[in-house]
Ligand binder design. Structure first.
Ligand code: SF4
Length: 409
């Protein structure tokens, strides 16, 4: 669907919701006010285009009904629009042939069905495709499509920059600018589907080209929970995009109070950025560990609703040469995971300009994998994807910013 992309950027790149995330339970009033104030600063801008038209992508079914009632239409119109937007992938009211022309015109005067602008797009020889999507306020985030033999995962972002500063992650060097709104999180998947022309939504789950979502892009999704949860709920709706919760994996660096909520409310698969088996080292690699140390994090994993042998929790472990890749650390990892339905993703470090680490050697990688595997935990070594394009998380954004600075200079 490359044809329409340029125009979309001009006319209806959407604006996200202005809702402020409700802070997790069990907090003092002072903490509650502090979190509310903080998330207000990073809230996405309002959801209207320059003509004041309201964005429909990202609205819940109830909100869509309210919008229809507000313009004097019956609530069933919301069901019709839901079908066209999320099942048919329509971006223009004039193609909605179940809606009469006068109403199509009325809708187009008041609403838009947006898509992000495309600031950059790269496709690797291994089929990985990466976009730098651009919002109306000029902010940009990365989204990646990773095809495998039996599935295709869309890796979506939830923040511009990141709240956290993990030292092995390129995005960790980018300060948090703001949270993405529901429309912007949903829009990444819709735009990826446009790119592969996978509309209308295929019947059933099998055989889909864009079959899975991994919330592993830029940002910590549990620090933008409200918009992330709304977006995944929309994408899981069976009358629209219809992605099953078993095909969605949310990755967190360990925001413990929100993990229970995520499991109870969304029931999606959980992935945890672990990367170390000792607190002193994890404090350095994943500074959030100082707030929620390993013991607390693993306790939250053990009580994560829905985790089972059929739906194991994925522990991500970036392999850093001479830092966290010793045999002793592999044995300690096995000890920490004992009795938990878990699998381990061993990720050879993907160096980025200025990164302080090297990837583990192949011997160290294989030795580590063998120890974890022999203990009964599948620990595939993740095959680096898209190395011929700016694959590392945050790299394409940095390069486009650098290119802009160079041209401006
Ligand atoms: S690993 Fe995730 S949470 Fe950590 S800095 Fe990178 S994007 Fe943020």
């Amino acid at each position: 669907m490359p044809a329409g992309r340029g125009t979309a950027q001009m006319s209806n790149a959407f604006q996200p919701s202005t809702r402020v995330a409700a802070p997790p339970d069990g907090l003092t009033e002072a903490e509650r006010i502090r979190i509310l104030a903080k998330s207000a600063i990073f809230s996405p801008p309002p959801m209207t285009d320059p003509q004041g038209r309201r964005e429909l992508v990202g609205l819940t079914r109830e909100e869509l009904s309210e919008e229809m009632l507000a313009i004097g239409e019956k609530p069933f119109r919301a069901k019709q629009l839901w079908h066209w937007i999320y099942h048919q992938g329509a971006r223009d009211f004039s193609v909605m042939n179940t809606i009469a022309r006068p109403l199509q015109i009325k809708l187009a005067e008041r609403f838009v069905i947006g898509r992000p602008g495309v600031a950059a797009e790269q496709t690797s020889t291994d089929g990985t495709r990466k976009w730098l999507f651009k919002w109306r306020d000029g902010q940009e985030v990365e989204t990646v499509y990773i095809p495998e033999s039996d599935r295709g995962a869309v890796c979506i972002s939830t923040q511009v920059g990141c709240t956290l500063s993990c030292t092995f992650c390129h995005t960790g060097t980018q300060k948090l600018v703001r949270n993405l709104g529901t429309a912007e999180i949903v829009g990444q998947f819709l735009a990826a589907r446009d790119s592969y022309g996978e509309w209308p939504t295929p019947k059933g789950e099998e055989g889909r080209r864009l079959s899975n979502i991994v919330v592993m892009g830029m940002g910590e999704p549990l620090y933008n929970y409200t918009n992330t949860a709304r977006a995944l709920t929309i994408l899981m709706d069976h009358e629209g995009v219809g992605l099953s919760r078993r095909r969605i994996t949310l990755s967190t660096s360990g925001v413990v109070p929100m993990m229970d909520k995520c499991g109870e409310e969304l029931g999606v698969n959980l992935a945890v950025s672990l990367h170390a088996v000792r607190d002193d080292l994890r404090d350095e690699l994943v500074p959030l560990n100082r707030k929620y140390p390993i013991a607390e994090l693993l306790a939250a994993c053990r009580r994560y609703p829905g985790a089972s042998n059929a739906r194991r929790i994925t522990f991500e472990y970036v392999m850093l040469r001479g830092v966290n890749d010793s045999e002793a650390e592999a044995h300690e990892l096995v000890r920490l995971l004992r009795g938990m339905p878990a699998k381990v993703n061993l990720i050879p470090f993907n160096p980025w300009p200025g990164s302080p680490y090297l990837s583990s050697t192949a011997e160290a990688l294989n030795r580590f994998a063998a120890i974890v595997n022999d203990a009964g935990y599948s620990s595939p070594i993740r095959r680096p994807r898209g190395r011929d394009i700016s694959a590392a998380c945050g790299q394409l954004k940095t390069e486009s910013e650098r290119a802009r600075r160079t041209t401006a200079a």
